[in-house]
Design a protein around this ligand. Sequence first.
Ligand SMILES: Nc1ncnc2c1ncn2[C@@H]1O[C@H](COP(=O)(O)OP(=O)(O)O)[C@@H](O)[C@H]1O
Ligand SMILES: O=P(O)(O)OC[C@H](O)CO
Length: 529
Amino acid sequence: MKAKRVAVAVDVGSRSTKVAAVCRQEDGSEQVLATAQSEYEAQHGARGMVKQDAETWYTAFVDALEQVLRKLDPALHRVSEIVLSGQMQCVVCVDGGRPLMPAILYSDTRATEEAAELTKIFGGADKIAALTGNFKGAASCMAKALWLSRRKAAVLTIARHVLFGAHSFVAWRLTGRAACDRTTAQTTSFSNKNADAWCADIFEQGPRELAGDWKRLMPDLVAVNEPLATLEKGLMGISGLDSTLAATFGATPVAIYHGPGDLGTTTLGAATVRARAEAEGGRVSKNYIYIGTSGWIARCEPDNANAAEGANDGVFRIAHPRSGMQIVASPMTTCGGNVEWIRAMLRDPSGDNTAYAKLDALAGSCDPGANGVLYLPHPNGERAPLQNPHARAAMVGISGETTQAHLARAVLEGVAFHLRWLAEAGHMFADADEAVVVVGGGARSTVWCQILATVLGRPVVVNKTESIDTAVLGAASCVTTDEEPSAAAAKDLVKRFEPEDFSYSALYTAWRAVYDALQGPYAELQKVA
Ligand SMILES: Nc1ncnc2c1ncn2[C@@H]1O[C@H](COP(=O)(O)OP(=O)(O)O)[C@@H](O)[C@H]1O
Ligand SMILES: O=P(O)(O)OC[C@H](O)CO
């Protein structure tokens, strides 16, 4: 039997790289043949620094790819394409073959002063947003770039390129090409509004450092549905990959696609979950929620709808991977990342972080309201609905009665409160009958999904197939199909959570009041942090 062509889809996330081998069936549907994941950490430092060794993105990609290849059948499968997606809004400078610095991640807020300086130079954050589509203060790549010019000038003199996506780094390691997709470009504040070119005005009107080094370092803007390069030796051309596996599954040319950043691929994947949910009955909101390390509430709309010229409302307006559409996303800097913190705090006696299942059991063992403990989920500042790089996480209401279970539940409820705030600020869930699709690692927690349904006052729907990450699903669709997902023929693919008979309204109001009350202290606390 002739071997089938297999696409390898990749999501280089904040905490792990996920890989899936996907095969297009004759009826047009996608069959997921194998999945794997390889984890890594971020390093947190003073003044809001959040860094990652970019090289670990590549080694995790190779590790997860090897795991996937080991699950394939050599008689049946040949890898013909690799499509890459990943976390966006990073800054990493590279020379001819190596990263020259740890990657500065999206959640890093070290460039607060530079963001303020840029805002002044351009005459307001709204003016920068009018030029570039989006400006997210210290989180923007432009502010981080200026910080590097001021503090790490030596790196820039030897740098050949800057990369803005973790997937761009892996693409560069595979092909030698420094590239960026439109979705990621629009998170940088370096591109024009359509992200079809880097923004000349930013280089001409900004500080001289931007016109010098940074203009020279910009990667090529590329289309996500055309190969970035072809590895003529196939998988054999991937350095570090087990040579036997490479020869077995991909000795013929393999096309490498620089796919969209994870906001684009997650939105594509979420559309599939929505189509499945609709096929099983009931109305489903156009807005979906993503709980990864970061998070967001997002929807697609026609490119010309809701054109908020130069809006500085914390919302991202980003090119959809399919033309003619845009993604409108309210981002949350740290979403599932809060769970990683509480898992570490409630570490087992063995020293291991609390397992997800145990955390779920703890949070599910106490009543809604966590016995009056409130958690503010902002360890790395916040981008929306209000921008405050100095915001930090807080627990309020701890008493002698507080248990680990209350702390665990308070974290899950605190994230849900923030998502409710984003939804209300963006008027996202007008109709209480509409269910909302939740995707990302957090959707695996049944307790969290139940809390979300009750806090948001509407049903929550998640994919039942836990083994495949939504961004990977979306990345795969970039090369296997160019159509919007239609109602799935198969049933029983989603799980639904109805709101419980409990009102979170009073607690939510108290949570908002605590956030407001902390604004003064946050400004003071950052002086000693
Ligand atoms: N079983 C689980 N229960 C609760 N949360 C989970 C579970 N698995 C993953 N998560 C959450 O998912 C997040 C990672 O999601 P993921 O979509 O893999 O994101 P990323 O691409 O940012 O690495 C973690 O921060 C964690 O909060
Ligand atoms: O790693 P994720 O999935 O939390 O995504 C990070 C985003 O790309 C940040 O803008």
